[in-house]
Design a protein around this ligand. Sequence first.
Ligand SMILES: *[C@@H]1O[C@H](CO)[C@@H](O)[C@H](O)[C@H]1NC(C)=O
Ligand SMILES: *[C@@H]1O[C@H](CO)[C@@H](O)[C@H](O)[C@H]1NC(C)=O
Ligand SMILES: *[C@@H]1O[C@H](CO)[C@@H](O)[C@H](O)[C@H]1NC(C)=O
Ligand SMILES: *[C@@H]1O[C@H](CO)[C@@H](O)[C@H](O)[C@H]1NC(C)=O
Length: 333
Amino acid sequence: MFILKRVRSRAFTVVFCVITITSFVFTYTYDPSSYLFKFAFRLSDNLLSKGPCACTECITHADEDPWFMERFNQSMPPLMSEKNSMLSEDTYRWWQWLQSEKQPANYSEVVHRLFQLVPGEERYMDSGPSRCRTCAVVGNSGNLKGSKYGPLIDSSDFVIRMNQAPTLGYERDVGSRTTHHVLYPESAKNLPNDTSLLLIPYKTLDLQWIMSALTTGTIKHTYVPVMSKIKANKDKVLIYSPTFFKYVYETWLEGHGRYPSTGFLTLMFAIHICDEVNVYGFGADQVGNWHHYWENNLLGGAFRHTGVHDGDYEYNITILLANKNKIKMFKGR
Ligand SMILES: *[C@@H]1O[C@H](CO)[C@@H](O)[C@H](O)[C@H]1NC(C)=O
Ligand SMILES: *[C@@H]1O[C@H](CO)[C@@H](O)[C@H](O)[C@H]1NC(C)=O
Ligand SMILES: *[C@@H]1O[C@H](CO)[C@@H](O)[C@H](O)[C@H]1NC(C)=O
Ligand SMILES: *[C@@H]1O[C@H](CO)[C@@H](O)[C@H](O)[C@H]1NC(C)=O
């Protein structure tokens, strides 16, 4: 019995070695188009190099589109961290020009205080072959009305909404989950405790405002009256990086408009931190009207013409990304 087992295990070892050597020889000497060769190549490619991602479709493919690759920089952090918070002189000047703040506070002092209140570590820069992060970017267009996209939106890992976007009463069309809510002081609203507030700062005062709004409530006015206190989980607050902001403007919009809209900045955030991006509620509705899904009048909506954004150009880039299968657009009705 004991001997028989040993013979069996020795026989097994021999068979195993033969299979391994044969497949090795087969793989490296046989026709390179063979299945095994390709399989081994793909396996080693995935294990050894930073392959795209674990989703079936990734934003970055092997057969890259030159237009996309010329623009896309995955090592550019979309969020401000303690480490990357210092701006080049060039970036600071550009960013400070956006809303022409008259007497800005000392930026480095403000940022230093900010990261004593909100988390300052780098986030989401973990793309790689084992990650599949699906994201829903939900714009505010009236084309969401009657779309019944709610369950589809809620099934994403990240659900990113912006500005005033409500969900209460609109769940069937827009979903109920919000992992990230993108806003700035003048568009702020209270958020649930499990939602990350993602602040887009357009000036130093906006960084001071988020600190104030989460604590003392002393800042009540920027260029218009703003919410002095905001309900949001301070441990989940994220800050959009001014360096990334400038990159979006220069590289993706090639300087069109005065600066990118919240919708476009949010889309770019998603493209850089997600492996699959589904876009809802962008553009006009079926009859060409621009309005919010929670309103009946014709005000607002993503990509609407405003003084400071080039909505047409932004929409063109968005359509181009969809045509190149980098994002998927859900057009609603
Ligand atoms: C991409 O971003 C990183 C980080 O900001 C930067 O160092 C690098 O130069 C950028 N690459 C290109 C090609 O612009
Ligand atoms: C801002 O504060 C830092 C540190 O407190 C200081 O080194 C720097 O000179 C100040 N910058 C300006 C422009 O006052
Ligand atoms: C909000 O979430 C934090 C954890 O991030 C927790 O410590 C806190 O108790 C929560 N607050 C409420 C009101 O649920
Ligand atoms: C958008 O794209 C269309 C077709 O490619 C082009 O004719 C139009 O000029 C573009 N609009 C802008 C604002 O770039």
